[in-house]
Design a protein around this ligand. Structure first.
Ligand code: DQA
Length: 139
């Protein structure tokens, strides 16, 4: 089983960025833990701060991978282009967020991606990604 973890803008700063919200671990550190947890899953990781690169990556893997676990960061709340990319491919996408966006500012309550995703997991810290991967293997 092939699953892509796809992170959007500012998630390269995990560990340094607003640690009271996003924690103190870098994603690279957490990705090692994730790989150890899912030894039978071929996990790959890609991060970009650019909307077009995220769209390109969805196109690249979206007809061959079994799943994408995506945290689109702030693009969640703005991007019709990423929503259209998700709609345009056959690989199912699970939307994840580290924080519970519904406890935060009102502009974070709207997701352009949720209506085109298989499901949404949010508010469990980095564990949200683990639950996202799990959702594909426990079907
Ligand atoms: C986030 C929530 C978004 O609102 C924010 O813009 C992020 C991170 C999260 O994982 O909690 O960059 O997606």
């Amino acid at each position: 089983m092939k699953i892509l973890i796809l992170n959007g803008p500012n998630l390269n700063l995990l560990g340094k960025r607003e640690p009271e919200i996003y924690g103190t671990q870098t994603f690279e550190q957490y990705f090692e833990t994730l790989k150890e947890k899912f030894l039978n899953v071929e996990l790959t990781y890609f991060q970009s701060n650019s909307e077009g690169s995220l769209v390109d990556k969805i196109h690249e893997v979206g007809f061959s991978y079994d799943g994408i676990v995506m945290n689109a960061g702030a693009y969640t709340h703005t991007s019709v282009a990423i929503a259209d990319a998700i709609s345009g491919v056959t690989t199912p996408v699970v939307e994840v967020h580290i924080s519970n966006v519904h406890k935060r500012e009102a502009f974070r309550h709207k997701s352009f991606l949720s209506p085109v995703c298989k499901g949404v997991i949010l508010g469990f810290g980095l564990k949200s990604y683990e639950l996202g991967v799990e959702s594909f293997i426990s079907e």
